[in-house]
Design a protein around this ligand. Structure first.
Ligand SMILES: Nc1nc2c(c(=O)[nH]1)N[C@H]1C(S)=C(S)[C@@H](COP(=O)(O)O)O[C@H]1N2
Ligand SMILES: [Mo]
Length: 419
C-alpha cells in the first residue's frame, strides 16, 4: 500500500494542476446530456438501419413514408458526427480525474473506472470507424458492419452502467440548474450565501444589468465565461453539422465543405457508389445477349428492347446510402409488381433480385412482398429522363421506397421467388 500513499511527484498529480474554472459538474453534466442524446438517436437509427438490411420475422418494415430511411440514415450520420466534438469536450471536462489520487479507492470504484475506460474506448472506436466509413474508406480487415453493430451494444451496456453510477451527481447538477434558472430572483437565490453554487450553475445573469450585484465579480466572470464555453461548444457542434449534413439535406449541399460526398455530383447528377468498372460490368455483359429472367410459374426472358416496350411508370424516390449521402431522383421503368404478375408469381412471395456482378456484398438483395408489390417500386431503365448510365445500373436496376441504398440493386439480370 505504501506506494499508493502519495501521488507521484509529477505535475498532473499535484494539487491545483488543473486550473480551468470552466470545469464543473454542470459543464460535465450538460455536455454529457447532449452527448447522450446524440448517442441515443445514433443508436436507434443504427438499429433501424440494421433491421432494414437484416429483417426480423415479426417486424414488417413499412414502404411509406418513402423518405423514412433517408431521414433515419441522415440522422444517424449527423448525430454520429455531432458526437465527435461533444465527446472531445466531455473528455476535456473530466480528464483531470485520470490523475486522481489514489487511483483506486475501492473495488466498486475500480469497476466503475474499468467501465468508463471501456465506454471511452468503444466510443472512440465507433466514431472514428464510422467517420472513415462515410468517406468510403475501409482500411481495416475486420468486417465493418458487424463490428459497428456489435460495438454499439458494448457502448449501450457501459453507458447504462455509467449513467446508473453517476445518477445522483447528474440529478444534483440538474437540480442546481433548475432551482436557479426557474426562479432567478427568488429569495433563495438572492440570499444564497455560497456564490459559487450560483456561478456553478452558469446562470448568474447579465453582469451589465446589474442583477447580480450581490455576487462578487470573480464568480460572475466565471459564469460568463462558462456561458461562452457553452456558446463555443454549441457553435462547434453546429459548425461540423452544417458543413457535413448537406450530403443528405440537399439544399445545404453548397456549404457542405467537409461532407465526403456531394449528393448531386456524379453521372446524371447522382453519386455512384460502386462503379461498373469496380463491379466488373462490361459493355458485352449488357449487350445484345443480355436478358432479364423472371423465374416464376410462367417464366419471362426479356431483352432490353422488350423491357423498353413494356408499360412504364415514373416515380420520385431517394437513394439513401448507408454511408450517409442521399439524393432524390425521378426513376422511369417497369413497375416490379407488373413483372411479377406477368410471371405468375404469388403476391405474398418474397423475391430475390440478382445482378450481373459475380462477387460483391450487394450483388443480390431480398425484396419482401410488401416492397415488391408497392405501386412505387420500379425496375428502372431511366433516371431523370435519361437512359441509365452503366455506373447507375444499366440496363435495369431496382428502386423501391424507404429502402437502404445498398439494397437498390443495379445491373439486375434475374428475379426469383425466395419464399
Ligand atoms: N449490383 C450492385 N448494386 C448496388 C451496389 C453494388 O455494390 N452492387 N451498391 C449499392 C449501394 S451501396 C448504393 S448506395 C446504391 C447507389 O446507387 P448509385 O451508385 O446509382 O448512386 O447502389 C446500390 N446498388
Ligand atoms: Mo450505399
Amino acid at each position: 500500500m505504501g506506494l499508493l500513499d502519495k501521488p507521484p511527484p509529477l505535475l498532473p498529480f499535484k494539487q491545483g494542476a488543473f486550473t480551468s474554472r470552466l470545469r464543473s459538474e454542470q459543464v460535465t453534466t450538460k455536455i454529457g446530456i447532449a452527448l447522450a442524446v446524440c448517442i441515443a438517436v445514433c443508436f436507434l437509427t443504427g438499429l433501424w438501419s440494421h433491421y432494414q438490411q437484416h429483417p426480423l420475422d415479426w417486424l414488417t418494415i413499412p414502404t411509406a413514408p418513402v423518405w423514412l430511411y433517408r431521414l433515419s440514415q441522415g440522422l444517424h450520420v449527423a448525430t454520429g458526427i455531432a458526437a465527435i466534438p461533444l465527446l472531445l469536450l466531455k473528455l476535456w471536462a473530466v480528464y483531470p480525474r485520470l490523475f486522481e489520487w489514489p487511483p483506486i479507492k475501492s473495488a466498486s470504484h475500480a469497476i466503475e473506472r474499468v467501465f468508463i475506460a471501456v465506454l471511452v474506448a468503444a466510443m472512440i472506436f465507433q466514431l472514428t470507424t464510422g467517420l472513415i466509413n462515410i468517406s468510403q474508406w475501409y482500411p481495416w480487415t475486420f468486417p465493418f458492419t458487424q463490428t459497428h453493430f456489435a460495438m454499439s451494444f458494448v457502448i449501450l451496456g457501459a453507458l447504462f452502467i455509467h449513467l446508473a453510477v453517476k445518477a445522483p451527481k447528474i440529478l444534483a447538477a440538474l437540480q442546481v440548474g433548475r432551482s436557479t434558472s426557474s426562479e432567478p430572483n427568488s429569495p433563495d437565490f438572492a440570499s444564497e450565501p455560497n456564490t459559487e453554487t450560483a456561478a456553478e450553475a452558469g446562470l448568474v445573469t447579465d453582469i451589465a444589468t446589474g442583477t447580480d450585484s450581490d455576487i462578487d465579480s470573480n464568480s460572475a466572470r466565471t459564469s460568463l465565461s462558462r456561458r461562452n464555453f457553452f456558446i463555443a461548444a454549441g457553435a462547434s457542434v453546429g459548425a461540423v453539422t452544417i458543413t457535413t449534413v448537406g450530403q443528405s439535406v440537399t439544399p445545404l449541399e453548397p456549404i457542405a465543405a467537409f461532407a465526403p460526398r456531394a449528393p448531386t455530383t456524379g453521372p446524371q447528377g447522382l453519386p455512384v457508389n460502386r462503379t461498373a468498372v469496380a463491379a466488373k460490368i462490361t459493355p458485352t455483359l449488357v449487350g445484345s445477349d443480355y436478358r432479364l429472367v423472371v423465374d416464376g410459374p410462367s417464366p419471362l426472358s426479356l431483352s432490353i428492347d422488350d423491357l423498353q416496350t413494356m408499360s412504364q411508370i415514373d416515380v420520385d424516390l431517394p437513394i439513401a446510402c448507408v454511408e450517409g449521402w442521399s439524393a432524390n431522383a425521378r426513376w422511369q421503368g417497369i413497375r416490379l409488381a407488373d413483372l411479377l404478375d406477368q410471371a405468375g408469381i404469388d403476391p405474398e412471395a418474397t423475391i430475390q433480385v440478382s445482378s450481373l456482378e459475380t462477387n460483391g456484398n450487394y450483388r443480390t438483395s431480398v425484396v419482401a412482398a410488401n416492397f415488391a408489390r408497392d405501386p412505387l417500386t420500379v425496375m428502372a431503365l431511366r433516371v431523370n429522363d435519361e437512359e441509365l448510365s452503366l455506373d447507375h445500373g444499366y440496363p435495369i436496376r431496382l428502386v423501391a421506397p424507404n429502402r437502404p441504398g445498398v439494397l437498390q440493386t443495379k445491373w439486375i439480370n434475374r428475379i426469383e421467388v425466395l419464399a
